[in-house]
Design a protein around this ligand. Structure first.
Ligand SMILES: O=C(O)CCC(=O)C(=O)O
Ligand SMILES: [Fe+2]
Length: 357
């Protein structure tokens, strides 16, 4: 074993098993019915498939999704070129305490350092968010994209790719809305002025892959994630049925979709956001590109009224997305002694339940 800084070492119970067997994988859903020019096409079986995948797994892959391969190839190449720049060049576009966008190689998940380097950008310009999570604090911050001077193709590749991600995100959100028994465009209003993020990840080879994680176990706090992974593999999902970590086998040109915490809240826990993490390995670097669909910053996130009734009371108090994000951005920046903000902080525990605690 080579030397690894103790900041990266996971507690024993979270260390990955490198020899995991590939059991039943996450569902693979064919989106080709959406490409049909027949306006009367019946999507009901596709909607049912999406609903089952969201309910039983919280994760699925999509194929025939309509995103032209050339955009993915272009951004993958640009990402490789970016991470191959010298540390000095990359540090010129580093994120800092105020602006969470740009290059970063010291992210902590659950207060353990991740074995990765990232480049983050926002799709919204300008992206104005509350400076703090306190509702009475009216100060605003602007998240600013930073681009490396010597790699002009990175900006173009990211912007073109992001546009494709937004188109796919709308299709997925509409299918999810229908699967919840809501009108097709019911959720679209919340993302009208969405402040989504795109991230480039590089996981370098690691001398001690059995002790560290590329990203520690976590759930994504956003609406949904559309992830492109390369052919190396390493993403693991916690299977709902038995809590086992399942490897998401790379499928060429597929996208991995996961339900984020906001869909969990909107659906009042019908669809749960599922824990996932990333293993690294000693030989190969791995690249991935998640697109995080965020709602509009001013959105109050709460269970959908149509899904709430006396038998199914709201399980969450409303929370403001912009304030949530402001708090998250700060707590992701440094190692803290407490866990960063989570939807569980807004959970309503019924009185009945409290009586028995
Ligand atoms: O790299 C991956 O496969 C997943 C990354 C991830 O979960 C994240 O960035 O939130
Ligand atoms: Fe994630």
């Amino acid at each position: 074993m080579g030397e690894v800084d103790p900041a990266f070492i996971q507690a024993l119970e979270h260390q990955p098993k490198l020899d995991i067997t590939e059991a039943e994988g996450i569902p693979v859903i064919d989106l080709s019915p959406l490409n049909s020019s027949d306006t009367d096409a019946d999507f009901s079986s596709l909607v049912a498939e999406i609903g089952d995948a969201c309910k039983n797994w919280g994760f699925f892959q999509v194929i025939n999704h309509g995103v032209p391969l050339k955009f993915r190839e272009k951004i993958e190449l640009a990402a490789r070129k970016f991470f191959a720049l010298s540390k000095e060049e990359k540090k010129k576009v580093s994120r800092d305490e105020v602006n969470p966008l740009g290059y970063y190689d010291t992210e902590h998940t659950k207060n353990v350092r991740d074995w990765k380097e990232v480049f983050d950008l926002t799709l919204k310009k300008p992206n104005i968010v509350p400076a703090s999570h306190q509702s009475d604090d009216k100060e605003l911050n602007q998240f600013m994209n930073q681009w490396p001077e010597n790699l002009p193709e990175l900006k173009e590749a990211c912007e073109e790719y992001a546009e494709e991600m937004v188109k796919l995100a709308y299709k997925l959100l509409e299918l999810i809305s229908l699967s919840l028994g809501l009108p097709k465009t019911r959720l679209n209003d919340f993302i009208k002025d969405h402040a989504s993020f795109l991230r480039l990840n590089r996981y370098p080879p690691c001398p001690a892959p059995h002790l560290v994680l590329g990203v520690g176990r976590h759930k994504d706090p956003i609406v949904l994630t559309i992830l492109a992974q390369d052919d190396v593999g390493g993403l693991e999902v916690k299977r709902k049925t038995d809590g086992e970590w399942i490897l998401v086998k790379p499928t060429p040109n597929a996208y991995i979709i996961n339900v984020g915490d906001i869909i969990q809240v909107w659906s009042n826990d019908k669809y749960e956001s599922v824990e996932h993490r990333v293993m690294v390995n000693s030989e190969k670097e791995r690249f991935s590109i998640p697109f995080f669909l965020n709602p509009t910053s001013s959105t109050w996130v709460k269970p959908m009224e149509e899904l709430i009734n006396k038998q199914n009371l709201a399980k969450y108090k409303p929370y403001n997305w912009g304030e949530f994000l402001a708090k998250r951005a700060r707590s992701n920046y440094e190692k803290l002694d407490i866990e960063n903000i989570q939807i569980s902080h807004f959970r309503i525990y019924s009185r009945k339940l409290l009586l028995f605690i």
